[in-house]
Ligand binder design. Structure first.
Ligand code: GTP
Ligand code: MG
Length: 301
């Protein structure tokens, strides 16, 4: 500890101790060196900081080399990213909700590079990325900042705050998976449920091990995507197998343009059955706003 250090120095030290990534650690260590007192008695202390800085920079360089040639992650459509402390169950969640089979193990820091999976939910597709844990040198804050939705995976509600600290630049939505609830007894479950309510946590109690609440989790993820699924139907036939996926707020004209490719003017009559209709086969205009799971029937003659 340097003698007569300024509070600016201690601020930098605090940031350094809380830094989640190697990049941030290097940044704050440099600040500590810059802000450290410049007198004889602190010389040893400062040179120790400089030694540490060199070590970190070597580590960073090594990481950069080993990640060279590895293909970057291309953002495809809607992107979720799983974030959490070591061992919280991120990789287990990835393997539950996507086709990916990442490494899962009982000791922390088992994920060392991002893993990608594809999430399918009733005709809707999204990308899910499993990251190394917060605190790992390979943790990728860039993906966290730009993802459409960050999913915090935690074992205890206290971890939510830890995750929040690194989300200062994250632009996406945020939801929480309270994982490993299979380890709780009835009383524990009840308490956790009460906590979620009182703290207004936007999340779901889950077990990657048993699949408890899997459907609820998928629904919550789907909600974050802000899309609706609309089924088209030809007169006299059943509804289409696969839905058309549209942004929330889309109307009948948007569907017509999509399937009739610019010929929405040909539509003479439209019927809607589903959540946005007052009754089955309701006749609606092109500006009628649709809801998730509506069935739309166009008559062009
Ligand atoms: N009981 C129980 N164990 C779980 C659950 N989910 C994961 N685990 C266990 O927790 C340990 C860590 O799981 P991982 O999925 O590897 O955790 P992770 O967050 O990806 O870990 P890191 O990549 O090291 O950060 C493993 O032993 C899993 O079997 C769960 O829902 N219930
Ligand atoms: Mg993992």
């Amino acid at each position: 500890m340097p003698i007569n250090a300024s509070y600016e120095y201690f601020d930098a030290e605090k940031e350094y101790l809380n830094a989640a990534t190697l990049e941030d650690k290097i940044y704050w260590l440099e600040e500590m060196i810059r802000r450290a007192p410049k007198h004889k008695s602190s010389e040893n202390f400062v040179s120790e900081l400089k030694r540490r800085l060199i070590k970190f920079k070597e580590k960073e360089e090594k990481g950069r080399k080993s990640s060279k040639g590895k293909k970057g992650i291309r953002k495809e459509g809607f992107q979720f990213v799983l974030v959490g402390l070591p061992n919280s169950g991120k990789s287990s969640v990835l393997s539950r909700i996507t086709n990916a089979s990442p490494k899962i193990s009982s000791y922390g820091f088992s994920t060392t590079t991002p893993e990608i999976g594809t999430f399918y939910y009733e005709g809707v597709k999204a990308q899910v990325i499993d990251l190394p844990p917060i605190g790992s040198e390979n943790f990728d804050i860039g993906i966290v900042n730009t993802a459409d939705c960050v999913i915090g995976v935690v074992e205890r509600t206290e971890e939510i705050e830890e995750i929040g600290k690194i989300l200062t630049r994250a632009i996406g939505k945020k939801i929480i998976i309270l994982n490993k609830v299979d380890l709780l007894d009835k009383e524990g479950l009840r308490k956790l449920e009460a906590k979620i309510k009182s703290k207004k946590i936007n999340g779901v109690m889950f077990s990657a091990l048993t699949g408890f609440n899997l459907e609820r989790l998928k629904e919550l993820m789907f909600e974050q995507m802000d899309v609706i699924r609309v089924y088209t139907k030809e007169p006299g036939k059943g509804k289409a197998k696969e839905p058309i996926v549209l942004p929330r707020g889309a109307n009948v004209r948007d569907v017509a343009e999509k399937i009739l490719k610019g010929f929405s003017a040909k539509v003479k009559d439209t019927r809607v059955t589903g959540p946005s209709s007052k009754f089955p086969n309701q006749r609606v205009s092109l500006s009628h706003e649709l809801k998730d799971l509506d069935v739309v029937e166009f008559h062009t003659r």
